[in-house]
Design a protein around this ligand. Structure first.
Ligand SMILES: [Zn+2]
Length: 273
């Protein structure tokens, strides 16, 4: 927990009236219009309000994500994300447990991070894992309770995208770093029936949607073969959006156990116009 809330507040605006939030006392943020928002004792704030229809990652999904990411299976992706990030303030939208944000901050020794996610458990883990990371529980699909121009970089790694809002919270010229799966990403796992199909050409869709707010600066493909254990295969299946659908459909265990799979993503870097 930071000594005071000013660093957390420096990212945030009131979800009710959009005025800047400032510390009111040790566990409260507030705006000039009298709206008050409690900060969790773990040091993050939920500005979700009511009415969000989206579900955050479950504890099981977060545990699976930790097993995959902290085990290094996606390290080349984290390296590419870190290489594309810049500036002193990095907002990770859909941060999960903050793995990619920590990778970016490791490459930017003076930078601060904001881990934003719908999952309080994910945000809590992200804040706990780095003393340079503050936490925000919010829904990417709604207007973001983040100050205009507060970020030098926005990260969006396998996460929902709100391109107009990301543009608003970026300073002019700031970087948007997007990671999307390619059509062959985790192909052998999907062929085994344990994951949802990934639409092809997602990067092209993002690039098309980025106009006219952003200029594409770099497009890097990161692709490699990953040896699988049964545990890693289960964690890869359990960490993503397929997990909830698979659970709902009563499936989730691969029919076959592929010994390897292809990791294949595009890392896009845009500049905010
Ligand atoms: Zn307010």
């Amino acid at each position: 927990m930071p000594a005071d809330l000013s660093r957390l507040a420096s990212w945030l605006r009131c979800p009710v009236c959009s005025a800047d939030l400032e510390p009111v006392d040790a566990l409260t943020l507030g705006c000039v219009n009298g709206h008050r928002h409690d900060v969790n004792k773990r040091g993050y704030v939920s500005l979700l309000g009511g009415g969000s229809k989206h579900l955050g990652d479950t504890t099981e999904m977060l545990d699976a994500r930790d097993r995959v990411l902290e085990g290094g299976a996606y390290s080349p992706i984290a390296d590419a994300v870190a290489g594309a990030a810049g500036g002193g303030r990095v907002l990770d939208a859909g941060a999960g447990t903050g793995h990619y944000l920590r990778a970016a901050l490791a490459a930017l020794p003076a930078a601060l991070g904001l881990a934003m996610d719908l999952s309080p458990q994910g945000v809590s883990r992200a804040v706990r894992a780095s003393d340079r990371v503050d936490g925000l529980v919010a829904d990417t699909w709604r207007p973001l309770p983040v100050r205009t121009g507060a970020a030098d970089t926005v990260l969006d790694v396998f996460a929902p995208r709100n391109l107009p809002e990301f543009h608003r919270v970026l300073r002019p010229g700031g970087a948007l770093v997007v990671v999307v799966p390619r059509a062959d990403h985790l192909g052998s796992l999907r062929a085994a029936g344990s994951m949802l199909d990934i639409p092809s050409d997602k990067a092209d869709d993002v690039i098309a949607a980025s106009e006219p707010l952003y200029a594409l600066q770099a497009r890097e493909s990161v692709a490699y073969d990953l040896a699988l254990t049964a545990e890693l295969a289960a964690a890869l299946t359990g960490m993503g959006p397929s997990a909830r659908h698979a659970a709902a459909a009563g499936v989730g265990t691969p029919a076959a156990n592929p010994s390897a799979t292809r990791v294949s993503v595009d890392v896009l870097r845009f500049a905010a116009r």
